[in-house]
Design a binder for this molecule. Structure first.
Ligand code: HEM
Length: 244
């Protein structure tokens, strides 16, 4: 049996952001990122609650919901909730894993929790493809976005796992940050959908749309995920950890 040497990130991966490029640690940047991530996760949690409240009475009663948007979730509960449930667990646990303080203090927990969250993220992403390709509200535009960013999300997770198997902590950190940047983009999709619905409402003289416009929904996917991939790359340049 090969015995793997585990090196604590407290030793090898210390500067998440301190002394990046010789600059002093930017705690304000980290605070801003933490608050933004907190808000995005809160948005996702709110939409998970809305889904559960709207879908589950119909799923349990075997009845059809009133709106077409919800019907896809009610008619395909396994696909939908094997995406949403594990995805939510990943999204709630990942910020803890990315916290340098948490890793340094609880490295064993970081490793164990990491395996659970990795499994949840892969499961959630697989069901994102199984739900999002055939059943996308936003049609082909959303399906293609789901394939592009869903596969990118899975690739980042797999590469992060491979990196840590060879004890390459800086590369592990980089790929996990890339994956998280995509995952938390789900909250930004909802912000774009809200903006588009606001514009639609204003243009139609105040009528509240019952469901998002499909084209706008697809555009929201592309805008949010592209932004998040770019921001992830920017973050990695701004906060290179050692040689990572
Ligand atoms: C990582 C954590 C994730 C969480 C917590 C999550 C959560 C959710 C939620 C709550 C919905 C329902 C949306 C609504 O009612 O407005 C949803 C739908 C969906 N998600 Fe995710 N998601 C995650 C990641 C992803 C990823 C990485 C992809 C692929 C790029 C993805 C693709 C989709 C698709 C295609 C839908 C269906 C949208 C529709 O047409 O109704 N999700 N997700």
């Amino acid at each position: 049996m090969v015995t793997r040497k585990r090196v604590s990130p407290a030793v090898t991966d210390q500067p998440d952001s301190d002394l990046a490029n010789g600059k002093p640690r930017s705690s304000r940047l980290i605070r801003t990122a933490a608050v933004t991530i907190g808000l995005l996760i809160a948005i996702v949690v709110a939409f998970v609650i809305i889904r559960v409240v709207v879908d589950w009475p119909s799923i349990l009663d075997g009845t059809d919901p009133d709106d077409d948007f919800a019907e896809r979730y009610v008619d395909n509960p396994w696909r939908a909730y094997l995406h949403i449930g594990p995805g939510l667990v990943y999204l709630l646990g990942a910020p803890l894993q990315l916290s340098r303080r948490f890793r340094a203090r609880h490295y064993t927990v970081h490793r164990r929790l990491g395996r659970v969250l990795l499994a949840c993220a892969l499961l959630g992403a697989t069901f994102a493809l199984l739900f999002g390709i055939p059943l996308a509200w936003g049609g082909a535009g959303e399906s293609v976005a789901t394939v592009v960013f869903g596969c990118w999300f899975i690739a980042c997770l797999v590469l992060a796992f491979r990196a840590i198997r060879r004890d390459d902590v800086p590369q592990h950190r980089r790929w996990m940050i890339r994956a998280f940047a995509v995952g938390v983009g789900i909250g930004t999709i909802r912000i774009w959908v809200g903006i588009f619905e606001g514009i639609e409402q204003a243009m139609s003289g105040g009528t509240t749309p019952t469901a998002p416009d499909p084209t706008m929904f697809a555009i929201a996917f592309w805008l949010a995920f592209t932004m998040h991939v770019a921001i992830g790359e920017w973050w990695l340049r701004r906060t290179p950890a050692l040689s990572g």
